[in-house]
Design a protein around this ligand. Structure first.
Ligand code: SAM
Length: 273
């Protein structure tokens, strides 16, 4: 008998219209829906007028429930995995069953749709070319410190999920660490109170007291690293020429080179006399 297939189905992150026609069809066609919270998913299914056997699959029973799902898949049943909101496996249960299915040769099929981090990123106004998604910052002090260091030292845009009651603590830590980097706070995306607040971290901190709802933080990468790397590959002469072409005076250029290369300006001055 052929194995069944596991569909990873994205569901809305607020606005119930944000579900694809394909996702609705798959939810209607599968034999079983595995849901993070069956009561929550039932509301969506009722809205879509779909009636289907549900099985719970949440973080605390992922291992056990994976075995049950695997049995069904090996018997030939098709399963749709959904989480409470957005894309399963992204800060939501999913990765355990996906890994096990791959080991067993069961087909895993993504059914794309809403994901909070992607929608926050694309509306942030911050670079989208390269980014790192760090999920929720760990609460453990040591691990948290490591993550904060990572944020400080990457030139890529950083995406964090944050709970409203921890927002002020996190922003305060970020101000201390990153001074005034650009940041966007995306809140309640696709819902009635949707907003994206943009500014430097200090400004956002001031506006964030008592903010409620679901929140994503998009933080600009470390531009200093970018500048440093950019000039590291230039000879001093090329570096000089770079600013000369922009019309800067010799004295100004020397100052700028020293700053870019993080060396004393006298050192650069000596090289150009
Ligand atoms: N799987 C989900 C996804 O695809 O984005 C994420 C689930 S995670 C448990 C929940 C977190 O996602 C929230 O704490 C918040 O940081 C973010 N989130 C979910 N929905 C959101 C929304 N409508 N607006 C802003 N952030 C949201």
């Amino acid at each position: 008998m052929d194995h069944g297939k596991l569909y990873i189905v994205a569901t809305p992150i607020g606005n119930l219209e944000d579900i694809t026609l394909r996702a609705i069809r798959i939810l209607k066609e599968v034999d079983v829906i595995a849901a993070e919270d069956t009561r929550h998913t039932l509301k969506l299914l009722n809205h879509l007028e779909i009636s289907k056997p549900l099985i719970s699959y949440h973080r605390h029973n992922e291992e056990i429930k994976t075995e049950i799902l695997l049995e069904k898949l090996l018997e030939g049943q098709d399963i749709a995995l959904v989480s409470d909101a957005g894309t399963p496996g992204i800060c939501d249960p999913g990765e355990v069953v996906v890994k096990k299915c791959i080991e067993q040769g069961i087909k895993v099929i993504p059914v794309p749709g809403a994901c909070a981090m992607i929608n926050a990123l694309i509306s942030s106004g911050i670079d989208t070319k390269e980014f790192v998604f760090l999920g929720f910052l760990p609460l453990n002090k040591k691990l948290r410190k490591e993550k904060l260091e990572e944020i400080k030292n990457t030139k890529k845009t950083i995406i964090l999920y944050e709970a409203p009651h921890k927002l002020m603590t996190t922003l305060t830590e970020l101000v201390e660490l990153l001074k005034n980097r650009k940041i966007a706070l995306a809140r309640e995306l696709t819902k009635i109170h949707e907003e994206v607040i943009r500014g430097n971290i200090e400004e956002i901190l001031k506006k964030s007291e008592n903010l409620k709802g679901e929140i994503v933080l998009i933080i600009e990468g470390n531009k200093d690293i970018e500048i440093k790397n950019k000039f590291e590959n230039l000879s001093l002469e090329e570096h000089f020429e770079f600013y000369e072409k922009q019309g800067f005076e010799k004295k100004e250029i020397i100052k700028k080179i020293a700053k870019d290369r993080k060396v004393n300006k006298n050192e650069i001055y000596q090289k150009f006399i």
